[in-house]
Design a protein around this ligand. Structure first.
Ligand SMILES: NC(=O)c1ccc[n+]([C@@H]2O[C@H](COP(=O)([O-])OP(=O)(O)OC[C@H]3O[C@@H](n4cnc5c(N)ncnc54)[C@H](O)[C@@H]3O)[C@@H](O)[C@H]2O)c1
Length: 247
């Protein structure tokens, strides 16, 4: 087991975020979990360990002042983060053709999936630069590469996230900080359970392996991407689609 790293994980209350938090904690990292759902976040972090092992910081990452506060608290009370895994994200309305997309819904999806990712990247890089090392990973989606029908805001913001990672990865390529994305197809989580059956079927039917991905498969890949061993890849979007992606 290596030296204890501080790993910030957003969307850590459940789903992919919680699975990653558990895996990194088991390998020796100190977890700072961030999520909107305060009670669930606290319960989830407590299931990993005490506050020294897995600290819960409830926050809305789409608000610049909250992101600033979170990073100030981490600097003051925990230390210098080495890892950021951004799993917070929302689908917004689904099954909605482009001309019926609600403006407020589009804005909400944009603020959480893309704007928040920018805020987090900015804050994490500032914290990591003096140490000259860091791993930042944003969970995007195959929808950002291919576009899912009925999910315009989601697909567009995830494509934006992939673009942001390409750019930011190059900005810090010589600093020891890598910035990558992961593009999963369907992983069975609460987010997917909340979607209409026909939308989930549409997405699963496109997977050549003809099955959904498992949380453990997502956590294992993220674990590698944010490990010190994954040191010659930045600005890249890793695939986790059971064969759906061809680039
Ligand atoms: N599950 C899938 O099939 C799938 C596929 C591709 C991509 N993804 C992406 O993976 C990520 C995690 O997905 P999941 O399936 O675990 O979802 P999930 O809904 O189970 O978990 C997401 C978490 O993010 C939190 N969150 C949402 N908005 C927030 C905000 N503004 N501030 C702080 N926390 C916030 C939620 O409270 C929730 O706990 C998302 O970005 C999602 O788009 C998921």
């Amino acid at each position: 087991m290596g030296e204890e790293r501080i790993a910030i994980i957003t969307g850590a209350a459940r789903g992919i975020g919680l699975a990653v938090a558990k895996r990194l904690a088991a390998k020796g990292d100190r977890i700072v979990g961030i999520d909107l759902q305060e009670d669930l976040l606290k319960k989830s972090m407590a299931s990993i360990g005490d506050e020294k092992k897995a600290l819960a910081i409830p926050a809305d990452i789409s608000r610049p002042e909250e992101v600033e506060k979170v990073f100030a608290k981490i600097a003051a009370e925990v230390g210098t983060p080495e890892v950021l895994v951004n799993c917070a994200g929302i689908t917004g309305q689904t099954g909605m053709p482009a001309h019926e997309v609600d403006l407020e819904d589009f804005d909400r999806v944009y603020r959480i999936n893309l704007y928040a990712a920018f805020l987090l990247t900015r804050a994490a890089v500032k914290a990591m630069l003096p140490a000259g090392k860091g791993r930042i990973l944003h969970v995007a989606s195959i929808a950002g590469k291919e576009g899912n029908a009925g999910m315009l805001a989601y697909s567009a913001t995830k494509a934006g996230l992939i673009g942001m990672v390409k750019s930011a990865g190059k900005d810090y390529a010589e600093t020891g900080i890598t910035i990558n994305a992961l593009a999963p197809a369907v992983i069975r989580t609460d987010m997917v359970a909340a979607m209409p059956d026909h939308q989930v079927k549409y997405m699963t039917d496109k997977i050549p392996m003809k099955r959904t991905g498992e949380l453990d498969e997502a956590a294992a890949m993220i674990d590698f991407i944010v490990s010190p061993e994954c040191s010659f890849t930045t600005g890249f979007t890793f695939d986790l689609t059971g064969g759906r992606a061809t680039y």
